[in-house]
Design a protein around this ligand. Structure first.
Ligand SMILES: [Mg+2]
Length: 231
């Protein structure tokens, strides 16, 4: 049975960091720097599709991080009808530099985390642990979290329960007293519920009436969860 929430784990991309915005701005800025002409918004949309496809192959264990990045770059250059180059990974690294420079927090994040007081916080992400630490450092948030658990550290990706349980163990709290906060309704919130945590969906689009649309409401939502548990 679920107890009072004592610790909170967070997703990173599109929950704390505006990943979609950074990806769009990063690729547009990179293509512009390379002298690419034409509809850069269309190119960014295609890049987003390719990125999701190749990153999902990485999550499924079908390639490693460098392999998915190399394939992503090669596919994108083919789509743009750019001449092929010996090492597409270098092209990807150029993009990643621009992407990292575009990283930013959503405006509700700092106040939302502050409202949680000294509740222990951690990260569970389907991205790579070391890369996630770099991202969190860049936006000035790394020291706020006691642990960062990436897909490589857990040996499983969300929605698998193991990655949530690895996060709970790293934070030092059992799933029954730990909340998990993420922007993916099924892959984050429902999957965390399934793993025995309290899943909280961050509804970043604000569409519909479900979910938390502002992290500044998170403390109240977690309190409500306590109230409903004990009522
Ligand atoms: Mg996310």
């Amino acid at each position: 049975m679920r107890g009072t929430v004592q610790a909170v784990l967070f997703d990173v991309d599109d929950t704390l960091i505006d990943y979609a915005g950074a990806e769009h701005d990063g690729i547009v800025s990179y293509l512009r720097s390379l002298g690419v002409e034409g509809d850069l918004n269309a190119a960014a949309a295609r890049f987003g599709e390719l990125q999701a496809f190749h990153f999902n192959r990485f999550l499924a264990g079908r390639t490693d991080y460098v392999g998915q990045a190399r394939s992503l770059a090669a596919d994108m250059m083919a789509w743009m009808k750019a001449p092929s180059i010996p090492d597409p990974y270098r092209w990807f690294l150029g993009y990643r530099e621009r992407y990292e420079a575009s990283l930013r927090l959503f405006p509700d994040v700092l106040d939302g985390l502050a409202s949680l007081g000294d509740v222990p916080l951690g990260i569970v992400t389907n991205s790579d642990t070391a890369f996630s630490r770099v991202k969190l450092q860049r936006v000035g948030l790394l020291s706020r979290f006691r642990c960062v658990v990436g897909v490589d550290a857990a040996g499983a990706s969300k929605p698998h329960p193991r990655i949530f349980h690895t996060g709970c163990a790293a934070l030092g709290y059992p799933p029954a007293v730990t909340a998990y906060v993420g922007d993916n309704k099924l892959g984050d919130a429902a999957a965390a519920d399934e793993a025995g945590l309290l899943g909280v969906w961050v509804n970043r689009s604000g569409a519909g009436e479900d979910g938390v649309t502002d992290l500044r409401h998170l403390a109240a939502v977690l309190k409500l969860a306590e109230v409903s548990h004990f009522s």
